[in-house]
Design a protein around this ligand. Structure first.
Ligand SMILES: Nc1ncnc2c1ncn2[C@@H]1O[C@H](COP(=O)(O)OP(=O)(O)OP(=O)(O)O)[C@@H](O)[C@H]1O
Ligand SMILES: [Mg+2]
Length: 355
């Protein structure tokens, strides 16, 4: 398997660097379709920051959060070397040659035990405010929570997400202490945050989308794609980085690999659609009405996230861009698969109506 270099994202990096060069004032929501490269972008960018930045990166992927203890465990990381809280702060604040990056917020065993003993959210949020205040005296803290939607449904006293957003608002708009980035590809979560105006005037949205055609071509040029292979790659994968990487890794059989990916996705969508027809004909009719639109179009507008859209989003078939109020398939592969499935349904319907 070849090593794949990080590609492009100049526009997004310039935009994020511009934000990082000003005082924190808003929460930045990084959103986009599945596998568009949000995490990769953040990982790449945080490696390049000047030494006065300290990154606290928390990735909730694969974490199961349903209680206070889960939340504390996901947020913090035990620093086994240091016994004193002040020693941790000193270590973070001391001059270093390159920017520091922590996965999780480092704390001592004593504090962690205290959190588990007291089981009080307010203590945790207060502690975090003090923590970032201290660090901000010498460094620029950057807090990034990837897959933030994981705590979207957690309800302990009130919804945890509201409490966390309150902390984020304190750290950004009110105290200007810490840059906060929330990353998510869950359209329903982003739509809820957006439409409920939970963060009206307190956050900005930054779309990290699949590569455009020019960027895709430049990426493929790095891996000796022939013109023919480039055409096939764009036709089947569009600018979905993960899909393009798959083709890079199969240098001998790229065209067949692309066709095979489409065949698999088509099969999966058929499974979803036909099993729904067998289960719930009314829902099937509503869903196919949406999907039919993609036979002619690449994207369609929507007014609100109804159950049909939520179903398709939940199955990772459709991406709902709440900021632009548009529905579109999660990828070019999904678009082609939807078209094939819908055309076969149309053909079946036509043949039965002629009988
Ligand atoms: N700029 C890039 N250059 C090279 N490869 C990339 C780039 N962006 C993404 N990739 C490839 O695509 C894969 C998926 O990217 P990534 O995990 O960052 O997507 P994501 O948007 O975070 O996905 P999810 O929606 O699941 O969170 C990466 O593992 C990497 O192989
Ligand atoms: Mg990700």
């Amino acid at each position: 398997m070849r090593h794949i270099e990080f590609h492009d994202r100049e526009k997004e990096i310039t935009e994020i660097m511009r934000l990082l060069n000003t005082d924190p004032s808003l929460i930045t929501f990084i959103y986009g379709p599945i596998n568009s490269g949000k995490t990769e972008l953040i990982t790449h960018l945080t490696k390049q920051l000047p030494e006065n930045y300290v990154v606290f990166y928390i990735n909730l992927r694969g974490k199961f959060i349903s209680s206070y203890d889960d939340f504390v465990r996901a947020l913090f990381k035990l620093d086994r070397e240091e016994k004193e809280y002040k020693a941790i702060l000193k270590k973070i604040s001391e001059v270093s040659i390159k920017s520091l990056k922590y996965t999780g917020i480092p704390i001592t065993e004593d504090i962690l035990e205290l959190f588990f003993r007291e089981r009080n959210y307010e203590d945790v949020f207060e502690f975090l405010e003090d923590y970032f205040t201290e660090i901000a005296e010498n460094k620029v803290p950057v807090l990034i929570v990837d897959e933030l939607q994981k705590i979207g449904d957690v309800k302990i006293n009130s919804f945890l997400i509201y409490e966390l957003f309150n902390l984020f608002i304190r750290l950004t708009k009110e105290l200007h202490l810490c840059h906060v980035f929330a990353v998510s590809s869950d359209s329903i979560f982003i739509e809820n945050v957006y439409s409920e105006a939970m963060l009206e005037g307190r956050c900005r949205y930054l779309l990290v989308d699949d590569f455009d055609e020019e960027t895709t071509t430049a990426f493929l040029d790095n891996y000796e794609f022939s013109d023919d292979e480039k055409t096939v790659a764009w036709k089947y994968c569009g600018g979905k980085p993960i899909c393009l990487v798959e083709l890079v890794n199969i240098p001998d059989d790229r065209k067949n690999k692309a066709k095979e990916m489409l065949k698999i996705r088509k099969g999966q969508i058929e499974e979803v659609v036909y099993s729904l027809e067998a289960r719930d004909k009314k829902m099937f009719d509503m869903i196919t009405r949406i999907l039919f639109e993609f036979i002619e179009k690449d994207k369609v507008g929507y007014k609100y996230l109804n159950d049909e859209i939520k179903f398709l989003v939940g199955k990772n078939i459709i991406f709902a861009d709440s900021v632009n109020k548009e529905l579109r398939p999660q990828s070019r592969l999904n678009l082609l698969a939807i078209r094939e499935v819908m055309l076969s349904i149309t053909t079946t319907l036509e043949s039965t109506s002629h009988q």
